[in-house]
Ligand binder design. Sequence first.
Ligand SMILES: Nc1ncnc2c1ncn2[C@@H]1O[C@H](COP(=O)(O)OP(=O)(O)OP(=O)(O)O)[C@@H](O)[C@H]1O
Length: 242
Amino acid sequence: MRVSAGEYVGVLGPNGSGKSTLARLLNGLLRADSGRVLVAGYDPAEEPWEVRRRLGVLFQNPDNQLLAPFVEDDVAFGLENLGVSREEMRGRVRAALEAVGLSGFERREPHTLSGGEKQRVALAGILAVEPEVLVLDEPTSMLDAAGRREVLERISALRGERTVVHITHHLDEILDADRVLILNGGRLVAELAPEELVREPELLRENRLVLPPVLRLAAALGLGFCRTPEELARAIAGQRVW
Ligand SMILES: Nc1ncnc2c1ncn2[C@@H]1O[C@H](COP(=O)(O)OP(=O)(O)OP(=O)(O)O)[C@@H](O)[C@H]1O
C-alpha cells in the first residue's frame, strides 16, 4: 500500500486482520518479517526516531498513553527527545491543547479526566510533535458516544493539514475518507472509494463489515450515497419521496 501526503485513508478489516500490526509496523514498534516499510523515505525499524517525529500513532486505550502527573507534562513528553527549547515546548503544548479543545487543562491530573478528554490529551501529545502523518488505531473504541464525537470532531478538523491513516471498526467514521483500504488475513484485499462500498455487498460480507443504517436506508430509497442522517433528509426532501 502507498499513502500520499495530505491523504485521509480509512483502514477497515475484521478482528485479527492486521490493522494494529500495520500501525505498529509504521512507527517501528514491530519489525517486518518480510517486505519493506518506508515513512518519508525512512525505515521505521532502522530509524525509529526519524520516523516518530514525522508519524504519530494514537492507540485505542487512552489510559495506556498518559503517563505524566499533569496534562501539560504528558503533552510535552514526545518533545523531550526532540531537543526543543523550553519556551518552544510551552508554545507547542499550548497550541496542541487548543487544537483538541482542552485549553486550560494544563494542570489537570490525567486520571481526573473523562475517556474522551484523555484521548484528546493523547492526541495533543502527538500533535505537539507536529508530525506529517497521523495514524489513528481505533481511537474511539473505548469511548462513549459523546467522547467519540469529541475525538472525531478534532480528527476531522485536521483534515487537509496532515496525512491521516484512520483504522476503525466503525464504517461510519471513514465515509468521508479519500480512500478506504480493507485488510483481511494480513493482506490488503481491497482499496476503494467510500462511495463504492454500497455497491460491494459481497466484499462487505467477506470482511465482516456492515453498512451503517443511514447508508442502507439511502440505498433502499434509491437515493445514492448519504453520509449522515442530515444528508439523507436533504436527499429525501429533494426527491419528494413521500
Ligand atoms: N507481535 C506479534 N507476533 C505474532 N503475531 C502477532 C503479533 N501481533 C499480532 N499478531 C497476530 O497478528 C494478527 C493480526 O493482529 P492485529 O492486532 O494486527 O489485528 P487487528 O486487525 O488490529 O485486530 P482487532 O480488530 O481485533 O484489533 C492476529 O492473529 C494476532 O494474533
